[in-house]
Design a protein around this ligand. Structure first.
Ligand SMILES: [Zn+2]
Length: 74
């Protein structure tokens, strides 16, 4: 089963996630030296995505300021 909206949301999540990773999770450690918090523009709605990138394990999480828009936890 596929829902039309789901693919759009998950690819927006993938774009937001890879933007956070490319900023903060670079080789060779793939994690920031200190846990990072910040915001980027939402690739789906143009709103504000607030994210964190963990210094402990390099995991990222984030959510859009618009309700019902993208969010993820690595
Ligand atoms: Zn959004």
């Amino acid at each position: 089963m596929t829902t039309p909206g789901f693919g759009a949301i998950s690819s927006a999540v993938a774009r937001a996630m890879s933007e956070v990773r490319s900023q903060h999770c670079k080789p060779p450690t793939y994690r920031p030296a200190e846990t990072q918090r910040g915001s980027i523009r939402c690739p789906k709605c143009g709103g504000l995505v607030t994210y964190t990138a963990s210094a402990i394990d390099g995991r990222t999480s984030g959510h859009c300021s618009s309700s019902g828009c993208i969010k993820w936890t690595d």
